[in-house]
Ligand binder design. Structure first.
Ligand SMILES: Nc1ncnc2c1ncn2[C@@H]1O[C@H](COP(=O)(O)OP(=O)(O)OP(=O)(O)O)[C@@H](O)[C@H]1O
Length: 208
C-alpha cells in the first residue's frame, strides 16, 4: 500500500436528469482537508458518499493509498470513519453503550474508561448512562461524533457535522478536526457555516 492519500479522478455525478458535477479531480495527502460548500441540492452529500465508496460515481475513480476503492474493501473499512445524516445511534441504548457497540462492530473493542473519556470530551458527562432517545438533537450528535475519538482512523468524511451543535460543541468538533489533521489524518467535510481551520496544512474549497 502506498502513502496516505485520497485521490478523486475525473468524477462525474448524474442524479436523475441533472449532472451535479463533472470531471472533478483533487488529491488530499496526510494533513490536508477538503471543505465542500454548496447550496441545498448542489451535490455535497452525493460527493461525500462517492468518496466514501457508498455510491459509485457516474464516471471517474476514487483511489485510496494508490488503489481504487473497489480493490481494497477491508483496508478501506478499517481506514474510513464516515459520519452521515443518520447518526448511527440505537435509541434504546445509552450513549456509552452506543459507543461500545460501535467500536465492537468495528472490530476494535475499547475500554469503558476510554468511552467515558470520549463522552466527557463531547460534553455529555452526567448523561453517559441515559438512553439516547432521551437526549436532545445536539446531544445525540455529540454522542455520535465522540466515535471519531475512539475509532482512530486516518480518513474522516463528515457530512454536516456541525448541524444542531451549539457554540461549545462546534468548537469541540473544530478542535478534533484540527488535531486529526495535525496528526496526519485527512478530513473531507461540509458545513453551511464557513469555518476557519487552524490545524489544516491545506484546505481546498469546492463550491458545488
Ligand atoms: N438517489 C437519488 N436519485 C435521484 N436524485 C437524487 C438521488 N440522490 C440525490 N438526488 C438529487 O441530487 C441532488 C443533490 O443531492 P445531495 O443530497 O447530494 O445535495 P446536497 O448538496 O448534499 O444538499 P443539502 O445541502 O440539502 O444536504 C438533489 O437534487 C437530489 O434530489
Amino acid at each position: 500500500m502506498g502513502p496516505i492519500v485520497l485521490e478523486a479522478i475525473n468524477l462525474d455525478c448524474v442524479r436523475g436528469k441533472r449532472r451535479l458535477f463533472h470531471s472533478l479531480s483533487f488529491e488530499l495527502e496526510a494533513g490536508a482537508s477538503l471543505f465542500v460548500r454548496g447550496q441545498n441540492g448542489s451535490g455535497k452529500t452525493s460527493l461525500l458518499r462517492i468518496l466514501a465508496g457508498l455510491t459509485p460515481p457516474s464516471a471517474g475513480t476514487v483511489r485510496w493509498k494508490g488503489n481504487s476503492l473497489q480493490k481494497q474493501t477491508d483496508e478501506w473499512r478499517r481506514d474510513l470513519c464516515y459520519y452521515g445524516h443518520l447518526l448511527g445511534l440505537k435509541d434504546d441504548l445509552t450513549a456509552a453503550e452506543n459507543l461500545v457497540y460501535a467500536t465492537a462492530l468495528a472490530n476494535k473493542p475499547i475500554s469503558h474508561a476510554a468511552v467515558l473519556e470520549a463522552l466527557h470530551q463531547s460534553g455529555l458527562q452526567g448523561r453517559e448512562h441515559l438512553p439516547v432517545r432521551t437526549l436532545s438533537q445536539g446531544q445525540k450528535r455529540r454522542a455520535s461524533l465522540a466515535r471519531l475519538l475512539l475509532h482512530r482512523r486516518p480518513l474522516w468524511i463528515l457530512d454536516e457535522p456541525l448541524t444542531a451543535l451549539d457554540d461549545e460543541a462546534t468548537q469541540w468538533v473544530l478542535r478534533m478536526i484540527s488535531d486529526h489533521l495535525r496528526d496526519g489524518g485527512i478530513v473531507v467535510w461540509t458545513s453551511h457555516l464557513d469555518m476557519p481551520l487552524s490545524g489544516a496544512t491545506r484546505t481546498l474549497r469546492i463550491n458545488l
